[in-house]
Design a protein around this ligand. Structure first.
Ligand code: MD6
Ligand code: FE
Length: 210
């Protein structure tokens, strides 16, 4: 059951919050910073350890970037495509991620990693846990832009029941604590045109990786 707390954040599970429209006033500078990152570290389709090409195109900014290839999932200090360090995390990304975390009581969030996901129509992200980080006491903060997505949020075991959450342009998810290792995934993106981003959805997740 979804309900709102004192500040109108929607509680989706224990220690997991949907901040509906949190970024709506900041769209323009955020999307400018995003395009600047993508120019330095191009979006690419990574390969899973099982040998599949991901339908989501990814890149990173910040000290550490999440990567996957045939040898596994990990955080890397360098972009394997350019061999350069990842682009610096834009100040406006970092500030808004810290503000979002604070607004639901995570007061010491200092992200060192920022993963950027680009979904085209038909892209999806299968049910997974985020467990490549060292310390699960830190939350994850996630920004959504562009086309809407149905997000499945489950429990600590893959087969547990899931709730479906609509993520729209400007929404933020913050989750940690008792839900930090919950399974989740993104259903196939439906055809559409976003006024700013065209036929795409972008998701930006902030983590403390180390
Ligand atoms: C997405 N997000 O929304 C994918 N993981 O496109 C995630 O996998 C995710 O949004 C951990 C915490 C928040 C997230
Ligand atoms: Fe995830």
């Amino acid at each position: 059951m979804l309900f709102s707390d004192e500040e109108n954040n929607i509680v989706i599970a224990e220690d997991a919050y949907l901040l509906k429209g949190f970024l709506l006033g900041q769209g323009e500078p955020l999307l400018l910073a995003l395009s600047n990152v993508i120019l330095q570290a191009p979006l690419r389709h990574m390969v899973t350890p099982g040998g599949y090409n991901m339908s989501v195109a990814m890149t990173n900014c910040g000290d550490w970037g999440w990567v996957t290839d045939e040898t596994g999932y990990r955080y890397s200090l360098r972009d394997p495509v350019t061999n350069n360090p990842w682009p610096v995390m834009p100040e406006i990304f970092k500030k808004l991620a810290i503000d979002a975390a604070k607004s639901v009581g995570f007061n010491h969030f200092e992200p060192d990693a920022c993963l950027i996901n680009q979904y085209s129509v038909g892209s999806k992200l299968s049910l997974h846990q985020d467990k490549d980080e060292v310390d699960f006491s830190h939350p994850i903060v996630s920004f959504s832009f562009g086309l809407p997505a149905m997000f499945d949020f489950g429990g600590i075991k893959r087969e547990m029941p899931k709730i479906a959450i609509l993520l729209e342009h400007g929404d933020v998810l913050v989750w940690g604590g008792r839900s930090r290792l919950n399974f989740h995934g993104v259903r196939s993106i439906k055809a559409g045109e976003h006024p700013l981003l065209g036929p795409f959805r972008f998701n930006i997740t902030f983590r403390c990786s180390h």
